[in-house]
Design a protein around this ligand. Sequence first.
Ligand code: SF4
Length: 308
Amino acid sequence: MRHILHVNPNTVEVNTLFIQPTRYCALNCPGCYVKQHISTQEHVHPQEMAKLFGYFWNSNKAWANQLTISMDVVPRIGNSVHLLRFARYLEEELLAPGALEREERPEVHLTLRNLLSAQAYRFNGQHSLFENVDVVTVSNGCSLDTPFKENKLVKFLNRNFMLDISSIGWNSSTTNMQVDLISRTLEVYDHVYMLLNKTPIGKPVDLDIHKKYLAKYQEVYTLLSNSLGDKISRDTCVDDSEKFIKTGFGCSSNVSKFQVWPDGTVSGCPYAIRGHGKVAVVAEDILDNIRQARKVQDFSECYIHRAM
Ligand code: SF4
């Protein structure tokens, strides 16, 4: 893992980069920040999105310690062709011989809905592809399917678990049911990441509701971490907001963490309602947008520390 010091102006260096190649996921998961993001309806060509990945994966133009690519569920209608093409180009980049020979490589994460989405992209059975993916995160709300593990397709399987806003009204027996569910999840998955349901940054927020919700989130997290230890992690936004209260330093959004949106605009915060920069045509435009996003600090609009 490299320290991100921005010493070379010709190289774009980040700690973590999330790439959202398309907004047209077939599902409407509660709390999905992608669908709440305001953007143009433009899509960067899938080959250019995959090229962007290639710049970080296999060139001196850019470096990321961690690259996360969101592979949503292929819709039955609409933009499935776009998604499938992206998957093919991504596979070519991932398996490029030059990349595999490099001594130092970014950690690659894929987010998928479940095994069915992997099959939709025809990744299933492509062992070589998964060999170069370090972590697969299965989205919140999916069924607890096991074949990923049984087929040993992935090295490390994480499941996102979002505690939704309705949890405020839970009594102790509902909370215990969730604790039980997460414990059973860990019989199949290596790890659970406990997501905080967020109002997208830049949208009006009901602070009272978020205060109550955050208190419930902390209660459930404490119960879980007491029994499950390091198999469960707390949302880093909660950690960063606590750190801000103590030190005055915000999260790493726009400093070393960036999110690329389907039109190639870039935000520091994955939950930001707007991206910075111009609609991109080629992968280089997205690198420029990362440079632009560096000049703004999305954390200045973050409300989480005010709900603590
Ligand atoms: S600004 Fe930082 S702490 Fe706030 S929601 Fe975004 S990533 Fe999380």
